[in-house]
Design a protein around this ligand. Structure first.
Ligand code: HEM
Length: 451
């Protein structure tokens, strides 16, 4: 137990600029800024976003606290309720807390499981191959958008037996505007009134309604169960718990949860493979192993060691969710300080990713950190790209397999180069970190052309 004197200490403050506080540093490089503050101040400090004070909890100690003893002390609701409202819902998986969240998560768990992609491996592979086959040789292609096209179509088929490829631009417009405006606060509210967004949102909601209509138990008899089936079943069984108005949000959930996360990370993986010496050869060998004989199988997917380690290192260095925003549910003590109830906090989950004590030479891209000998990520609280606590990513296994399958498919069929070859990664933080629009790549040569 800390002494009262220590608990009464005022919370240390990060230095900021008058009026704006720390908004620019947070907007430009969340992880870098929070890591510097952790190193100079310690695991607790406050930052200012305009005139609002937010408490930051950082370091492995914060990750362990939010995962274990303190997991009930943080609420998500305030940060996601405007997103829910935009989709016509009162609550959703990501905004719910406590018992409601536990029940929602249980119902949706199977729909987001790794087994969902394993059951549809052929279909998911064909989607990646079809997109790849449409790319012209030696022509610069936008990396993030190309990955979004594959990721979104795969998720839409896996989670809802629905092809959304003709709507990809509409989906991106709707999801990006909603996230940047209602969650990240990077765009002013009037963006939600712009005609282009309103058209996109209308179509996005129509997609949700079409998926729900196509998942009545009568139409789905004999088909393997997916996420949309589980949601329709829950609505029928307990419409008070999941009214129709709350269904569009979880039915469209995979688009929101997967669109940028998996697409951005796959883009970062592609960048790393093409940038750092020695990786192309190892990745290509694994890709050929995946496609040998009968083609991709769940067992072979689990054995993609190099691709998996490249993905892990990409998620350490370029996390798509560098920190989590929460509100405290009650007063508590952390690292010798009193943290008040009902206060906004940032759990700086990825600060340990950049600390020398866990990852020697942290700016170096090094996939050997994750070998059985070194296993740097296994140090408690040191590796959290998928978040911490009750809302920890439900799609982790699915995302890891999906990214492995996409990279395996690309490198089995073709040889790639960055375009321009000397491109150095720059991050676009809106709405979540992704490679900037200048990151392009080209097919240099077909290895196994797609018929
Ligand atoms: C590299 C890829 C991904 C990363 C790094 C990632 C990361 C995260 C993080 C950090 C959270 C926690 C957010 C919070 O606590 O506020 C989260 C939640 C979630 N993710 Fe992922 N994600 C990825 C891909 C996916 C994919 C492909 C799906 C599914 C299609 C998915 C489904 C979810 C869901 C449903 C939640 C909410 C869980 C809950 O509220 O209980 N994620 N993800």
């Amino acid at each position: 137990m800390q002494s009262t004197i220590s608990l009464a200490k005022p919370l240390p403050r990060a230095k900021g600029i008058p009026l704006l506080g720390n908004i620019f540093s947070l907007a430009n490089d969340v992880s870098g800024f929070l890591t510097q503050q952790y190193q100079s101040i310690g695991p607790v400090f406050t930052v200012r976003i305009f005139n609002q004070e937010v408490i930051v909890l950082a370091g492995t100690e914060a990750n362990l606290f939010a995962t274990h003893t303190g997991s009930h002390l943080f609420r998500s609701k305030e940060f996601w309720q405007a997103n829910d409202a935009e989709l016509g819902a009162k609550r959703s998986l990501i905004s719910a807390d406590g018992a409601v969240h536990t029940r929602m998560r249980k119902v949706q768990r199977a729909g987001y499981a790794r087994s969902q992609i394993f059951n549809q491996l052929d279909e998911a592979t064909k989607i990646a191959q079809a997109e790849l086959a449409s790319w012209p040789l030696n022509t610069p292609l936008p990396t993030h958008y190309s990955m979004q096209r594959i990721v979104t179509e795969q998720l839409s088929v896996i989670a809802s037996d629905y092809s959304s490829k003709d709507d990809i631009d509409t989906i991106i417009k709707a999801v990006h505007t909603i996230l940047a405006t209602t969650v990240a606060g990077q765009r002013p509210k009037f963006f939600l009134r712009l005609p282009g967004y309103k058209r996109a949102k209308k179509r996005f909601l129509e997609i949700g309604n079409e998926v729900i209509a196509a998942h009545s138990p009568e139409l789905r008899a004999g088909k393997p169960k997916n996420l949309a089936d589980a949601l329709v079943a829950l609505h029928r069984e307990d419409p008070d718990f999941l009214p129709y108005s709350d269904m569009l949000s979880p039915v469209l959930g995979p688009f929101i949860a997967g669109l940028d996360t998996a697409a951005s990370t796959t883009s970062f993986i592609l960048y790393a493979i093409l940038k750092y010496p020695g990786l192309v050869e190892q990745v290509t060998a694994e890709a050929d192993f995946l496609f040998a004989d009968e083609g991709p199988t769940p067992n072979k997917m689990r054995e993609l060691d190099v691709i998996h380690r490249v993905a892990m290192e990409a998620m350490r260095m370029w996390p798509i969710a560098p920190a989590l925003f929460r509100r405290t549910t009650q007063e508590f003590e952390f690292a010798g300080y009193k943290i008040p109830a009902d206060h906004d906090v940032i759990i700086a989950t990825t600060v340990p990713h950049f600390l020398e004590e866990y990852y020697p030479d942290p700016k170096k891209f090094d996939i050997d950190r994750y070998t059985a000998e070194r296993k740097e990520h296994k140090q408690p609280g040191a590796y959290s790209p998928f978040g911490v606590g009750p809302h920890r990513c439900l799609g982790q296994g699915l995302a890891e397999m999906q990214m492995g399958l996409i990279i395996g498919t690309l490198f089995h069929h073709a040889e790639f180069v960055l375009s321009p070859e000397e491109y150095e990664l720059k991050i676009d933080p809106v709405p979540t970190p992704s490679p900037d629009k200048h990151m392009k790549f080209k097919i240099a040569r077909w290895r196994h052309p797609i018929n």
